[in-house]
Design a protein around this ligand. Structure first.
Ligand SMILES: Cc1ncc(COP(=O)(O)O)c(C=O)c1O
Ligand SMILES: Nc1ccccc1C(=O)C[C@H](N)C(=O)O
Length: 408
């Protein structure tokens, strides 16, 4: 990583902002002044483009054309159209991505349809995987009787042995990035399949799914893609594999000709066969508008800035005596960093009162998301200085900061 030089001082940070190729993106976000939003890895903030698209879908579609908008506004093709737009950001072909359902549902559909193609009747998940991925495989295992194997962190591929592995490309807690190319090569050599969970990777890393040999993936759109709360997720299916995959939830929207109302099931071509029911058009429209911000951006610039921001933050967090719990090498991380503090929740709550929004994962992890499209180097620098002060003065040490909300 030759060009990898992250700011070492506030004036360095300002200089970096002055020549940041992504600086213009900030104006596209509806973010209040005075907030440093370090939670884009959980819920990306609203963009003007998303809000406008949402309003347009309501006014020009729902209000003006009503049911006719399925044709006039091409609502019926929107999930595939937005999928094609998203495909460009992850290095996939346009009919290899469909926007649909939630990540959880999509993982189920992909793992269930992959299992009959795998050399072994075996489902594998790592113990530190995002819980929904674990629950979904537990459900699939009890539904099908296929054995479920829990692998130690990082050992999923070694434990695969020709089965189906569900694995995050970026770990939600540690931010660690998997090596897709190496993992796919190892899996494929034994007749195994990997379903990648791209939730923490999409929109922040320079993903090259086809080049790396990935065949199946799902991911969410409400984090770095800024699609909005509960925005529909996506599936990626390698075109070469698609004809062999049968969705376990073959709803009518995945039928080649749903409006023929035939009893016999004929799936659509490509990833679109994984559609189930009627898509959430207003959410899809918002996502469509949100994706426009990526047009003309170079994903390698996006990844590079995320890693510079995160490296700068990690070094400052270490100086503030926080224990880091993510890889120290920038190219082994996604868009967020994590540190540990025994009163992490209270620290996060105190930061909130200073206008710095971060999140907490029990028992002791604080995560900072370094979204490159709306954060500046200087503001992140300042946020880390303020965090240092909060820790030094123990201003987090108040009973009110320990009262946990439902969502942390
Ligand atoms: C890695 C990962 N997978 C899945 C999910 C959840 O997906 P969904 O709520 O869309 O099912 C999240 C975040 O919520 C996540 O971080
Ligand atoms: N979907 C959510 C709904 C409510 C609150 C958080 C989320 C998240 O996305 C959390 C995130 N996946 C995480 O890595 O913790």
């Amino acid at each position: 990583m030759n060009s990898f030089r992250f700011p070492q001082s506030r004036s360095d940070a300002e200089a970096r902002d002055a020549k940041d190729p992504l600086a213009h993106c900030r104006a596209a976000f509806a973010l209040p002044d005075g907030i440093t939003y370090l939670v884009g890895h959980s819920l990306g903030p609203a963009t003007q483009g998303a809000l406008l698209a949402l309003q347009r879908a309501a006014d020009d579609g729902w209000v003006r054309d009503r049911v006719g908008a399925w044709n006039s506004a091409n609502w019926i093709g929107l999930a595939e159209q937005v999928g094609a737009k998203l495909a460009q950001l992850i290095g996939a072909g346009e009919r290899e991505v469909l926007v649909c359902d939630s990540v959880s549902v999509n993982l189920y559909k992909l793992a269930a349809s992959a299992q009959p193609l795998a050399a072994a009747r075996r489902l594998v998940v790592e113990e530190d995987e995002f819980p929904t991925d674990q629950y979904i495989l537990q459900g699939l295992s009890s539904m099908t009787g296929v054995e479920l194997v829990w692998a130690a962190p990082g050992q999923g591929v070694a434990e695969l042995k020709g089965g189906v592995l569900v694995k995050s490309l970026v770990n939600y807690r540690t931010g660690e990035v998997a090596d897709v190319g190496a993992d796919e090569a190892a899996a494929q050599a034994e007749g195994g399949l990997i379903v990648w969970d791209l939730s923490h990777a999409t929109g922040v890393l320079d993903l090259r799914l086809k080049t790396w040999g990935a065949r199946l993936a799902a991911g969410c759109t409400y984090k770095y893609l800024n699609g909005g709360p509960g925005a529909p997720a996506f599936v990626f299916v390698d075109d070469a594999l698609a004809p062999d995959l049968a969705s376990p939830l073959p709803g009518w929207m995945g039928h080649a000709t749903p409006f023929d109302f035939k009893s016999a099931y004929q799936p659509k071509e490509g990833a679109a066969r994984f559609a189930t029911g009627t898509p959430p058009i207003l959410s899809l429209a918002a996502l469509d508008g949100a994706l426009d911000i990526f047009q003309g951006l170079n994903m390698s610039d996006v990844q590079q800035k995320a890693r510079q921001l995160s490296q700068m933050s990690l070094v400052l967090a270490e100086k503030a005596d926080l224990k880091t719990s993510c890889p120290m090498e920038a190219d082994r991380r996604g868009g967020h960093i994590s540190v540990r503090h025994c009163e992490g929740y209270a620290v996060v709550r105190a930061m909130y009162d200073w206008g710095i929004e971060a999140d907490f994962r029990a028992p002791d992890t604080i995560r900072f998301g370094l979204s490159p499209l709306f954060l500046s180097y200087a503001e992140v620098w300042d946020a880390m200085q303020e965090l240092t002060e909060i820790l030094e003065t123990r201003s987090w040490d108040k009973a009110c900061y320990r009262e946990k909300a439902v969502v942390t």
